[in-house]
Design a protein around this ligand. Sequence first.
Ligand code: PEP
Length: 255
Amino acid sequence: MPAKRHALIAGNWKMNGLKNDARLLAGGIANRMAKVKKAPFEVVVCPPTPLIGLVVEIVKGKGVSVGGQDCHANVSGAHTGDTSAALLKSMGCKYTIVGHSERRTDHRETDENVREKAVAAHAAGLTAIICIGETFQEYADGKSEEVNKRQLKSSLPEDSNAKNTVIAYEPVWAIGTGKVATPEQAQEVHALIRNDLAKLIGNHESQKIRILYGGSMKPSNALDLLALPDVDGGLIGGASLEVSDFWKITQAISS
Ligand code: PEP
């Protein structure tokens, strides 16, 4: 019987929303969360970087965590436009996403870059949400297992454990497309990832670490996905931009 893992529902706002949208979205989630006595889930929102300070203030004391969407591998220096993990931490973040497929594509980030960013996140005291997942072509070629194995092994820092790391399995073909992995597909990949984690960080930590599913998760499919034994929550893009949709997904955990 696997250890009971505390579910994590993470909203990745990507490059969406202006200041007032962030106020309404963060406020709406925080107000709902504040009314929950003992939530069987943890909620984290990952706003665009300039809005992090504002969102941290809005959710303060309401049981909602804040995360970055990326961080630089270095602590400081001449890296125009980038944000260090240490700065995210000092702003009040608890998490940061690293290796999202949009960054792997748009910024040509490699597994090695992702690992360095996760190392920086750990050093700053953040929990890294490390994203992995195959493209549609890799999926069609039957290479999903091989790709996820390689990305996991190469993106995961040696010191990773269930406290400083969350894995997000996000099949690229499901992100923002409306296509979603079937519960059978998701469970199969998550179980393989947990099996690989056992080899990389030991059986004990692999049983405790949270593996999120990401890719067109919505209120209509959340119940089936979040009920799976190796799915410990979701990384949600589009549906995290509507308070009611995002909240309905959290409620799939408690039901
Ligand atoms: C994501 O960006 O991590 C994501 C899963 O997006 P969406 O939910 O929109 O597919």
